[in-house]
Design a protein around this ligand. Structure first.
Ligand SMILES: Cc1cc2nc3c(=O)[nH]c(=O)nc-3n(C[C@H](O)[C@H](O)[C@H](O)COP(=O)(O)O)c2cc1C
Length: 172
């Protein structure tokens, strides 16, 4: 099985989740992890499974304005957040909009604050919806991985992401 994991990440937590998912999926075959800024070059037809994730911003997928907000957060004096080198003006929302229709298997994930999803929203809902609109079959329920107020992953979330990846690898 060939798997592609595409992620968007401003502060690094969604990247860590993407890398953990990839470790889990790797039991089932080759896996490539790409930041969304490089995913436009990928030939999606060459993959048996495409996993897409991003941070929850303003209850959903990020937008240019919320990504600017994240940049400003990292630029505050004494900020604990540092901006990822691959954090650019392209997010999964824009990437998914430009995706050609394709039939394939996919799954969606996000990172979000540790509170009920009704309050936080979750980007994976929109990611999953758009993947289905493009023609993908979702092989699993969309999943959220939780961060604290400084956007750091909560303890145990990387292990849970690896486990989720293992479950994806076993899905048919
Ligand atoms: C502009 C902005 C808006 C955010 N809005 C939400 C939100 O509505 N719900 C939520 O759970 N987290 C929200 N967050 C927290 C992000 O989900 C968190 O920063 C992200 O999961 C960290 O992932 P990253 O390190 O990959 O960027 C927001 C963060 C920023 C910068």
């Amino acid at each position: 099985m060939r798997t592609l994991v595409v992620y968007e990440s401003m502060f690094g937590s969604t990247r860590l989740v993407a890398e953990a998912i990839a470790r889990g999926v790797a039991d089932a075959g080759a896996v490539q992890v790409l930041p969304v800024s490089h995913a436009g070059e990928a030939d999606l037809a060459g993959y048996d499974l495409v996993v897409v994730g991003g941070p929850t911003h303003v209850h959903g997928m990020s937008r240019p304005s919320s990504r600017r907000g994240a940049e400003q957060t990292a630029e505050r004096p004494g900020a604990e957040e540092t901006l990822e080198p691959d954090a650019t003006d392209t997010g999964v929302r824009e990437w998914l909009s430009a995706l050609p229709p394709i039939h394939g298997r996919a799954a969606a994930f996000d990172t979000r604050r540790h509170a009920p999803a009704l309050l936080t929203g979750r980007a994976s809902k929109g990611i999953g919806k758009r993947l289905r609109q493009r023609g993908y079959d979702l092989v699993a329920e969309s999943e959220s991985f939780l961060v604290d107020k400084q956007s750091r992953l909560e303890p145990g979330e990387e292990a849970r992401a690896e486990q989720w990846g293992r479950a994806l690898a076993g899905s048919r």
